[in-house]
Design a protein around this ligand. Structure first.
Ligand code: NAP
Length: 247
C-alpha cells in the first residue's frame, strides 16, 4: 500500500502512539506533519523523520488553542498543501475520583481530547472536500467503551469522540471522506508508564493476550484504515486491545 502524494497531519506525534503513527504513514510514502507542544519536540520530530527517510516535519501545536490550529493549517497548506489524512491523536489523562475531581481536571481533559478534534476537523474537512478524498482517524480508548475508575473525564471525552465520529461519517460520506475511531487498550507509552505496578499486574491478568500493546500495533491499524483496505469502512470504532474488551 502506498500513500505517496498524500499529505498527513498527526497531532501529538512527538512520542508514543502518535510518533509510531506518523512514522508508519511516512514510511508508506505520505508527506507527514506531526505536532509537538514545544519547539524542541517539533525539532526532534523533524530529526526523527530525517533519520528514518520520512518526508515531513514537526510543527508546534497546542490543540487547546483555536488560533494555533488555524495557524497550523495555514503553515501546512503553504509548505505541503492541504492535508487529506488527519489523525487526531493528541491526548492527556488527569485521573481522579469524581468526588475529588477539580474543574480544571475535567475541562483540560475534555478540551484536549475532544474539543480539539472538533477544531482540527473543521479546518481539515475543507481541503478534503475539495480533493473529494479524505481519511480522518480519531484515537479513542477502550476506556470510552468500558469506563474506568478515576477516569470519568477521560471516558466521557473518548466516548464523545465515538459519537462525533459517527455523526461526521454520515455528513462526509458523499464527499468520499471516511471518519473512524481507533480505540487502543493499554499500550506501552509514557501515559501508561505512570500506572502503579499493582495496577499494571491487575490489568495484565484481564488481557487474554497477556501483554500491553505496542504503539506500532496501533499504527498498523491506522495505516489500514487510511489505505485501500479501509476504503469502505466509515463511522466505525476499531478496538485494538489484546482482548481486554470484546464488543
Ligand atoms: P503520550 O505518550 O503521553 O503522548 C501524548 C502526545 O500528545 C504527545 O505527543 C504530546 O506532545 C501530545 N499532547 C499532549 N497535550 C497536547 C496539547 N495540548 N496539544 C497538542 N499535543 C498535545 O500518549 P500516548 O499514550 O501515546 O497516547 C496517544 C493517544 O492514544 C491519546 O489520545 C490517548 O488518549 C490514546 N490512548 C493511549 C493509550 C495508552 O495505553 N497509551 C490507550 C488508549 C488510548 P508533547 O510531547 O509535546 O507533550
Amino acid at each position: 500500500m502506498s500513500l505517496a502524494g498524500k499529505i498527513a497531519l498527526v497531532t501529538g506525534g512527538s512520542r508514543g502512539i502518535g510518533a509510531a503513527i506518523a512514522d508508519a504513514l511516512g514510511e508508506r510514502g505520505a508527506s507527514v506533519v506531526a505536532t509537538a507542544t514545544t519547539p524542541e519536540g517539533a525539532e526532534s520530530i523533524t530529526e526523527r523523520f530525517a533519520t528514518r527517510g520520512v518526508e515531513g516535519v514537526g510543527m508546534v501545536l497546542d490543540v487547546r488553542s483555536a488560533d494555533a490550529v488555524a495557524a497550523l493549517f495555514e503553515a501546512v497548506g503553504e509548505r505541503f498543501g492541504a492535508p487529506t489524512i488527519l489523525v487526531n491523536n493528541a491526548g492527556i489523562t488527569r485521573d481522579n475520583l469524581l468526588l475529588r475531581m477539580k474543574d480544571e481536571e475535567w475541562q483540560e481533559v475534555v478540551d484536549t481530547n475532544l474539543n480539539s478534534v472538533y477544531r482540527l476537523c473543521r479546518h481539515a474537512v475543507r481541503g478534503m472536500a475539495r480533493a473529494r478524498w479524505g481519511r480522518i482517524v480519531n484515537i479513542g480508548s477502550v476506556v470510552g467503551a468500558m469506563g474506568n475508575v478515576g477516569q470519568s473525564n477521560y471516558a466521557a471525552a473518548k466516548a464523545g469522540l465515538e459519537g462525533f465520529t459517527r455523526a461526521l461519517a454520515r455528513e462526509l460520506g458523499s464527499r468520499n471522506i471516511t471518519v473512524n475511531t481507533v480505540a487502543p487498550g493499554f499500550v506501552e507509552t509514557d501515559m501508561t508508564a505512570k500506572l502503579p505496578a499493582e495496577q499494571r499486574q491487575a490489568l495484565l491478568s484481564r488481557i487474554p493476550l497477556e501483554r500491553f500493546g505496542r504503539a506500532e500495533e496501533i499504527a498498523e491499524v491506522v495505516c489500514f484504515l487510511v489505505g485501500d483496505g479501509g476504503a469502505y469502512i466509515t463511522g466505525e470504532t476499531i478496538h485494538v486491545n489484546g482482548g481486554l474488551y470484546m464488543a
